[in-house]
Write a protein that binds this ligand. Structure first.
Ligand code: NAD
Length: 251
C-alpha cells in the first residue's frame, strides 16, 4: 500500500475529524504528512499520535499561512498534496445572522481556504493535487446554514476557476462535498446534546443509506484524489453523502 510514496502532504485542520482520519490514511499509503490546526496542544497531541509533523497555523490570519508555508518549505521543500480541510460550522437562522457569525465562517471556510491555496502555490510541485473540503450544503437549503452553505458554494466556485488556471502546471484541484459525517464539528456549535441527537436522527432518516458518514469514508476519497490514479480529474466535485443529495421525495 504505497501509492502515495514520497508525496509531501499538507492537511489543514488535521488534528480532528476528517483531517485526522485523512492524515492517518495518507500516511499509511506512504505520504509524508504535515498537519495543522489552531490549538497548539491539540495539534501536538494529534501529531504525536499520528507520528507526523504538526504546525500551528490559524488559516483566518494570512500572516499565519505565510509562516506555515515558510516552515514547510524550510523543513520539507516542495509539496505534492494540499488538503484544504480546516473549517467551522456555525448554524444560525436568517434574521439572527450577525457579523461575527458571517465573518468567522467566511474567514475560515472561504477566505482561509482560498489563501491557503494562493500562498502554497509557490511551493507546490507541478502535477500537485489540491483537495478542497466543501459540503453538500453548498447545494441545499438546509435551515440555519445560510452562511456556512454560502462559504462552501464560494469555495466550489473558486475551485472551478482555479482548475482552469492551474492546468498548465498540471496541478489538479477538486472539491469533496460530504453529507453529515460523525466528527466533533457538531458539538463545537454549542448546541445541546438533546438538540444534536434530534438533528442527527432527522438527518439520518433522510439519507438513503441511513447512516452518517465516518471520517474514514471521506479519507478514502481524499486518498484517491491525492493519488496518480486521479491524474485525469480536475475541476470536479464529489458528493459523498450516502445519497442525501439526490433528495428522494419518498423512501
Ligand atoms: P472538526 O471540527 O473535527 O475539524 C475541523 C478542523 O479544522 C480542526 O482540526 C480545527 O482545528 C480546524 N480549524 C478550524 N478553524 C481553523 C482555523 N481558523 N485555522 C486552522 N484550523 C482550523 O470537523 P470536521 O467535520 O472534521 O471538519 C472538517 C471539514 O469538513 C470542514 O471544512 C467542514 O466544514 C467539512 N465538512 C464537515 C461535515 C461534517 O458533517 N462533519 C460535512 C461536510 C463538510
Amino acid at each position: 500500500m504505497s501509492k502515495l510514496n514520497g508525496k509531501i502532504t499538507v492537511i489543514t485542520g488535521g488534528n480532528s475529524g476528517i483531517g485526522f482520519a485523512s492524515a492517518k490514511k495518507l500516511k499509511s499509503q506512504g505520504a509524508t504528512v504535515i498537519i495543522t490546526g489552531r490549538d497548539s496542544d491539540r495539534v501536538q497531541s494529534a501529531a504525536q499520535e499520528l507520528g507526523v509533523k504538526g504546525i500551528v497555523a490559524d488559516v483566518s490570519r494570512l500572516s499565519a499561512i505565510d509562516d506555515l508555508v515558510a516552515q514547510v518549505k524550510s523543513d520539507f521543500g516542495k509539496v505534492d498534496v494540499l488538503f484544504v480541510n480546516a473549517g467551522i460550522f456555525q448554524p444560525a437562522p436568517i434574521g439572527q445572522i450577525n457579523e461575527e457569525i458571517f465573518d468567522n465562517q467566511m474567514d475560515i471556510n472561504f477566505k482561509g481556504a482560498v489563501f491557503t491555496t494562493e500562498k502554497f502555490l509557490s511551493i507546490l510541485n507541478d502535477g500537485a493535487s489540491i483537495i478542497n473540503l466543501s459540503s453538500i450544503n453548498a447545494y441545499t437549503g438546509m435551515p440555519n446554514t445560510a452562511i456556512y452553505a454560502a462559504s462552501k458554494a464560494a469555495l466550489n466556485s473558486y475551485t472551478r476557476t482555479a482548475a482552469t488556471e492551474l492546468a498548465p502546471r498540471k496541478i489538479r484541484i477538486n472539491s469533496v462535498n460530504p453529507g453529515p459525517v460523525s466528527t466533533p464539528i457538531f458539538k463545537k456549535t454549542g448546541m445541546a446534546e438533546e438538540q444534536l441527537n434530534g438533528l442527527a436522527e432527522t438527518m439520518q432518516n433522510r439519507i438513503p443509506l441511513k447512516r452518517y458518514g465516518q471520517p474514514e469514508d471521506i479519507a478514502n476519497l481524499v486518498s484517491f484524489l491525492a493519488s496518480d490514479d486521479a491524474s485525469f480529474i480536475t475541476g470536479s466535485e464529489y458528493n459523498i453523502d450516502g445519497g442525501a443529495n439526490i433528495n428522494p421525495l419518498v423512501g
